[in-house]
Design a protein around this ligand. Structure first.
Ligand code: FES
Ligand code: FES
Length: 161
């Protein structure tokens, strides 16, 4: 199988790996660079737990060819905290008990970050729309929606790092 060199930024750090032709970004992140924060759920684009940001936009990494992210900036939940300081979304999820099994949480956080980065004060309807591609099997969504709104409120309209 043909292997190709691939360079990209991952949470602000340069990465250079080889990927197999046809390999998806989720595998490249988990196996290629050891970032286990994006999760494998369905592998078919229906659950959202593999969501990462590519140049600021949410994408399903299980459906993204790794070779298409050459020179792109990738963000995952592994890069959200600043040392010991949690990202406001992570803190709000903890404070609001928005994660039960937690399996959907990485994808929810990245979908929510993409929303708050472009719209720091979303309405409830905008939050619901932003996470509509992310399935949670546990919480019934209400704590997740509340946590995202709480994070937005705590951010005071500033741009999230
Ligand atoms: S693992 Fe990618 S959408 Fe489910
Ligand atoms: S917390 Fe379990 S799937 Fe969402």
């Amino acid at each position: 199988m043909t292997r190709k060199p691939l360079q990209f930024q991952l949470n602000g750090s340069g990465k250079a790996i080889f990927v197999e032709e046809g390999q998806n970004l989720l595998e490249a992140l988990r196996r290629g660079v050891g970032d286990l924060s994006p999760k494998y759920g369905c592998g078919q684009g229906t659950c959202g737990t593999c969501t990462v940001l590519i140049d600021g936009e949410p994408h399903l990494s299980c459906l993204t060819l790794a070779e298409t992210v050459e020179n792109c900036a990738i963000e995952t939940t592994a890069g959200l905290a600043m040392g010991p300081q949690l990202h406001p979304l992570q803190q709000a999820f903890m404070d609001g008990f928005a994660a039960q099994c937690g399996y959907c949480t990485p994808g929810m956080l990245m979908a929510a970050k993409a929303l708050l980065d472009r719209n720091p004060s979303p309405t409830r309807e905008e939050v619901v729309e932003a996470i509509s591609g992310n399935i949670c099997r546990c919480t019934g969504y209400e704590p997740i929606i509340a946590a995202i709104l709480a994070a937005a409120a705590s951010g005071g309209g500033r741009r999230y790092a």
